[in-house]
Design a protein around this ligand. Structure first.
Ligand SMILES: Cc1cc2nc3c(=O)[nH]c(=O)nc-3n(C[C@H](O)[C@H](O)[C@H](O)COP(=O)(O)OP(=O)(O)OC[C@H]3O[C@@H](n4cnc5c(N)ncnc54)[C@H](O)[C@@H]3O)c2cc1C
Ligand code: FES
Length: 258
């Protein structure tokens, strides 16, 4: 993990409120694994806490970060121009483990979609048979073309304006998509439903949690999630998403307490 000044290469709006930023940060890009994230720091010292953003792609010394503008920090990053410096800590978190099965279903929902792109590319490079299920609110999609390079893409929309009408779980069920190994990132209700369906069908769900964070480095316990077993750090049934996660096998998580 490295604390560095990256250089913004480009900033583009790819859908309403969705920003695609390319940053030159060779040290972090070299180490980054799919499922890991970076902490971006604001220039305004009144906002000290870093903003965690997943690594959407890591290639040739550059990081691709795709984020939704929701508050002060993400609005500030969206205003960056080519050549601007940006303070980054990373790569943070555990990332996805090696996948043993030949068939892998990659699932992303909303702003949980970006990190699944880097994972999909790596899985394709490993010769896996990748099916990608992307859930959007409506036909205002993003990154779909990029995903099509790495596997068969299925889209589900809440309003039925594109693809399967319903959730990603509805699409998986309706189209009989394999849940032997599922890798997913998205909103908590989606992850809970997907984990439950996957476990009921004998599969493994490796899910990435994007809950609120504060320090981003394991020090504040601001990002804990409930687990079934006692964790060695806090000695209670918790895990820190920033350090033990963000990727967990759903079987270790206790959704009934979250
Ligand atoms: C591991 C991880 C990966 C993430 N990856 C992405 C991504 O790739 N793209 C994307 O659009 N968003 C992602 N998020 C959510 C993103 O971190 C928040 O939207 C962002 O921090 C909001 O900052 P803000 O200053 O604009 O909003 P504000 O609401 O002003 O933020 C106030 C504080 O709350 C924290 N906070 C607010 N919302 C979240 C949240 N959902 N998760 C964590 N901290 C939050 C901020 O970091 C900040 O410290 C990720 C979150 C996590 C935990
Ligand atoms: S955000 Fe501080 S411990 Fe995870």
């Amino acid at each position: 993990m490295e604390y560095t000044k990256g250089t913004v290469v480009s900033v583009q709006t790819i859908a309403p409120g969705i920003i695609d930023m390319l940053v030159k940060a060779p040290g972090i890009a070299k180490e980054a694994k799919p499922g890991q994230f970076v902490c971006l720091y604001c220039d305004d010292n009144a906002h000290l806490l870093p903003r965690p953003i997943s690594i959407c792609e890591s290639m040739n010394g550059h990081l691709r970060l795709v984020f939704r503008i929701v508050g002060f920090g993400t609005a500030e990053f969206a205003e960056k121009k080519s050549g601007d410096p940006i303070t980054i800590l990373g790569p943070v978190g555990n990332g996805y483990p090696e996948i043993e099965t030949d068939d892998v279903t990659v699932v992303g929902g909303g702003i949980g979609i970006p990190p699944m792109l880097y994972l999909s590319r790596k899985l394709k490079e490993q010769g896996k048979n990748v099916t990608i299920v992307l859930g959007f609110r409506d036909k205002g999609t993003f990154l779909v073309d990029a995903f099509e390079n790495y596997g068969k893409v299925v889209i589900a929309t809440d309003d039925g304006s594109l693809g399967v009408h319903g959730t990603v779980v509805d699409a998986i069920r309706e189209l009989g998509i394999s849940v032997e190994t599922v890798c997913a990132c998205g909103p908590m209700p989606m992850l809970k439903g997907l984990a439950s369906y996957t476990e009921q069908n004998g599969g493994t769900a490796l899910i990435s949690l994007e809950e609120r964070m504060a320090c981003g480095i394991g020090a504040c316990l601001g990002c804990i999630t409930k687990t079934k077993d006692i964790d060695g750090h806090s000695h209670v049934k918790n895990a820190r998403i920033c350090t033990e996660g963000p990727v967990f096998d759903s079987k270790v998580l206790d959704f009934s307490r979250s």
